[in-house]
Write a protein of this length. Structure first.
Length: 95
């Protein structure tokens, strides 16, 4: 987990197993950097992952989908309040 001011970023795994498909590992860690109103989360590649889904919670509200990327970085440009981010590894056939 990484904390920057009132921003918390953590990596978690959220996949659905498909018969015969390997479930990707969770990202091992994440880093958070801010630049003005932008926040960028980076993480190392997770074994078996082809892309990643980012969820965000504002002020302890339920998580909601924020984006899907096939890179190891995500930038959020619309942020206020206390934010929690989750990065879920996905495989080509596992979600």
């Amino acid at each position: 987990m990484a904390v920057v001011g009132s921003i918390v970023a953590m990596a978690t795994l959220s996949t659905v197993a498909v018969a015969g498909a390997a479930v990707p590992a969770a990202p091992a860690s994440c880093n958070v950097a801010t630049n003005g109103n932008n926040l960028t989360i980076t993480w190392p590649a997770a074994a078996g992952a082809t892309d990643y889904v980012i969820y965000r919670s504002v002020d302890n509200s339920p998580d909601y989908w924020r984006g899907r990327v096939n890179t190891l970085t995500f930038t959020d440009t619309n942020r206020t309040g206390t934010l929690t981010y989750k990065v879920a590894a996905k495989s080509a056939t596992g979600d």
